[in-house]
Design a protein around this ligand. Structure first.
Ligand code: FE
Ligand code: CA
Length: 524
């Protein structure tokens, strides 16, 4: 037996003996002093002009294998909201019972507050007090405020780096943060993958409720993500990895999974998403259904339309008998021109187009998960094709969406996206087949917080065939910070120095301005 194992074994024996000798005394000490239940931090979200949601989840043992966070029955939790960081001037307070059926996650919908100002909040339970978080109410309906500052982020694989980008987002003190999907990843890398910064809680792909809960719990133990949630309210939507790579509605990427089995998995994943995000009770899931698409107004200056690009999709296009995974398929694939296919589903499409007609804000931001512009790329065999998992695979829906947008004459539409792990500024065209077709909306896509970008050389080589792309960069990790006023929207593409450095610095890679009434981001 190697010496190291002997030492470990001796240590273990010593421990066991000490536990046996300590016996009752130790368990009494534990009962008197339970572990801190606020190890997952606090968050706020869904800002309205009179309030917001405040969130925490009690979990004294965040990674307890049963996914219950080390707790049993429900516990009383007190909350308070104050006008000052020291929590002296308390404007609202209450007590709720944690629900073990929702993993002791707390979602309090605070109302009756003043518009357009910061508030601070905290929770207490079991003799512990949570960290203090800062939220912010939206301006009163229709009121044109001077400016709004927000950032958007996507794609934070825990194993591929530290969350320095989140820390720098927090340091900018934005009014609002948008998460555009792949907030967690369901899969882990093989042990022989070089350069992993850290490991997930388990190596196998997660597929049941305890495992999804523990994956969110792991991510929420990250100090940089906790700092970001404590700094600003958020609005979140999802992409695929909150459930499974490239899933579509009730269809797994794996052709051997039945819709029934996949919907059970989706129900577990959606429940864990709800439990770990500061969402309103309207989003509380019922089985495999969670209502996520919604609108949030920021006075007269901005409105955010948040889309769900996964739950209602048509089946994956151009699938092979053995896989429904995303891939570059030849332009001849009939699904690319099938007008019956939908990314958003009939109801969400109708709701979206009605919203375009009703929109009255100066800036109308569409927050969703994917690159909207139809990027022509090369398949492994060298032929030109389109990527099946993005908007290309649902092109009929994109055509309807851009037509509805054009018909509505909605002011300053700006689409924000993620998923593709690279920075983009594109012109969304009335007709992409004609390069001189009018630009009807601006598109900006953030990089990734940590996840691997696509090949810079391969994508760059295709840019001449994609004239609507104003900017592309896949070699750096980061996020996008925006500041909008009545005349301009400014976007700063922010990059971190090194995803493997927990103390990485941040800088601005590129900045763009969009002028009121002139779609298209102009580099500055
Ligand atoms: Fe991703
Ligand atoms: Ca994705």
């Amino acid at each position: 037996m190697p010496i190291q194992s002997l030492v470990d074994r001796r240590t273990l024996i010593g421990w066991t003996a000490a536990l046996a000798a300590g016996g009752l005394g130790l368990s009494q000490a534990r009962a008197a002093a339970p572990a801190n239940p606020f190890q997952l931090g606090v968050a706020s979200g869904e800002p309205a002009s009179d309030g917001f949601v405040i969130w925490t989840r009690l979990a004294p043992q965040p990674l307890a294998p049963d996914g219950r966070g080390g707790l049993g029955g429900s516990l009383p939790v007190r909350w308070e909201v104050a006008t000052d960081e020291a929590m002296r001037d308390v404007m609202a307070r209450g007590e709720v019972s944690s629900d073990p059926a929702f993993a002791h996650a707390i979602h309090v919908e605070v109302a009756g507050l003043q518009p357009n100002r910061p508030y601070w909040y905290r929770f207490s339970a079991q003799g512990f007090t949570s960290p203090v978080g800062r939220a912010r109410t939206a301006p009163a309906p229709g009121i044109m405020t001077d400016r709004l500052r927000f950032s958007f982020a996507s794609c934070s694989h825990w194993e591929l780096g530290f969350f320095s980008a989140y820390r720098h987002m927090a340091a900018e003190n934005p009014d609002l943060v948008l998460f555009l999907g792949d907030y967690i990843y369901e899969y882990s890398y093989a042990a022989d993958r070089a350069g992993l910064a850290r490991r997930h809680d388990r190596a196998e792909e997660i597929a049941d409720l305890p495992a999804y809960r523990n994956r969110y719990a792991l991510y929420h133990t990250d100090p940089d993500l906790q700092a970001l949630h404590a700094a600003a309210p958020c609005i979140a939507t999802w992409d695929d990895h909150e459930v499974q790579n490239d899933y579509s509605n009730q269809w797994s990427q794996n052709t051997d999974a039945t819709p029934q089995a996949f919907l059970r998995r989706r129900a577990a994943a959606y429940q864990a998403f709800y439990e770990h995000m500061p969402l309103r009770r309207a989003a509380r899931p019922a089985g495999p259904i969670l209502n996520l698409y919604r609108r949030l107004a920021y006075g007269g200056l901005a409105e955010f339309t948040v889309l769900d690009g996964r739950q209602y999709r048509s089946i994956q296009p151009c699938a092979t008998p053995t896989s429904r995974r995303g891939h570059v398929a030849p332009l001849t694939c009939a699904d690319f021109t099938d007008d019956n296919r939908s990314m958003l589903g009939t109801q969400q499409e109708a709701w979206l187009y009605q919203g375009f007609s009703d929109a009255r804000a100066r800036w109308n931001i569409v927050a969703q998960d994917l690159l909207v512009a139809p990027f022509l790329q090369k398949a492994p065999d060298g032929s030109v094709g389109l990527y099946t998992d993005g908007w290309e695979g649902y092109a009929g829906n994109r055509t309807r969406m851009l037509q509805a947008l054009s018909d509505s004459r909605m002011r300053n539409p700006v689409f924000l996206g993620g998923d593709i792990h690279s920075f983009w500024a594109t012109d969304l065209k009335a007709d992409f087949s004609k390069p001189d077709s009018p630009t009807i909306a601006t598109e900006l896509v953030g990089s990734s917080i940590t996840s691997d970008g696509p090949s810079y050389e391969d994508f760059s080589a295709m840019l001449p065939q994609n004239p609507f792309v104003r900017y592309f960069e896949s070699r750096q990790r980061g996020y996008v910070s925006m500041e909008i006023d009545s005349q301009h929207a400014r976007a700063d593409f922010r990059v971190i120095s090194d995803r493997n450095d927990p103390k990485a610095s941040v800088s601005t890679l590129k900045s763009f301005i969009i002028e009121d009434g002139k779609p298209g981001a102009v580099a500055v």
